[in-house]
Ligand binder design. Structure first.
Ligand SMILES: Nc1ncnc2c1ncn2[C@@H]1O[C@H](COP(=O)(O)OP(=O)(O)O)[C@@H](O)[C@H]1O
Ligand SMILES: [Mg+2]
Length: 159
């Protein structure tokens, strides 16, 4: 499923629909170059989850992990700094990665094997000069169900 997001508000709205559709145990893997809108989409997810401080969701590049409370608990991971040889274990992610919380992961590429196989892929292409194209693909029961519900939300809104 592919969407074109000409404006930041479009990316935010997509994330919002995803946040509203999110179910316990959802893992979202966010791919795309620097500045593509991964963190902005995460802000939208936070808004859709009813997190009061969604506006303050920022890239946790220096923290690796941030946590927010809404309808469900949101864990926002940015694994960029862990690099290729890094250890996901040291971050303590096992505590929540396979539980009922929502995990959104920026820069997951070096850690595919350690992340849940039930995963919703979100791939953002394009950059500062062009429209963002956002592709969704659900692998697994939870991710597939969430994606279907997200699309239903967007359909109902005529978007
Ligand atoms: N269509 C768009 N979708 C997403 N972001 C956009 C768009 N147009 C411009 N931007 C801007 O690009 C930047 C994306 O930043 P960010 O979400 O932090 O990217 P990333 O986390 O992928 O590095 C924001 O400043 C945002 O306002
Ligand atoms: Mg980011």
């Amino acid at each position: 499923m592919t969407f074109t997001c000409p404006a930041p508000e479009d990316t935010l709205a997509l994330g919002d629909a995803l946040g509203r559709a999110a179910r316990p145990g959802l893992t979202v893997l966010l791919q795309g170059p620097l500045g593509a809108g991964k963190t902005l989409l995460t802000k939208g997810i936070a808004r859709g989850l009813g997190i009061p401080g969604w506006r303050y969701v920022t890239s946790p590049t220096f923290a690796i992990h941030n946590q927010y409370q809404g309808r469900l608990t949101l864990h926002h991971l940015d694994l960029y700094r862990l690099g290729d040889g890094g250890e996901l274990e040291g971050v303590g992610v096992e505590e929540f990665l396979y539980g009922r919380d929502i995990c959104v992961v920026e820069w997951p590429d070096s850690f595919f094997a350690e992340l849940p196989s039930d995963r919703l892929w979100v791939r953002i292409s394009g950059d500062a000069d062009g429209d963002r194209v956002v592709r969704f693909q659900g692998d697994g029961e939870t991710a597939t169900a969430v994606l279907a519900e997200m699309l239903a939300h967007l359909d109902n809104e005529g978007g």
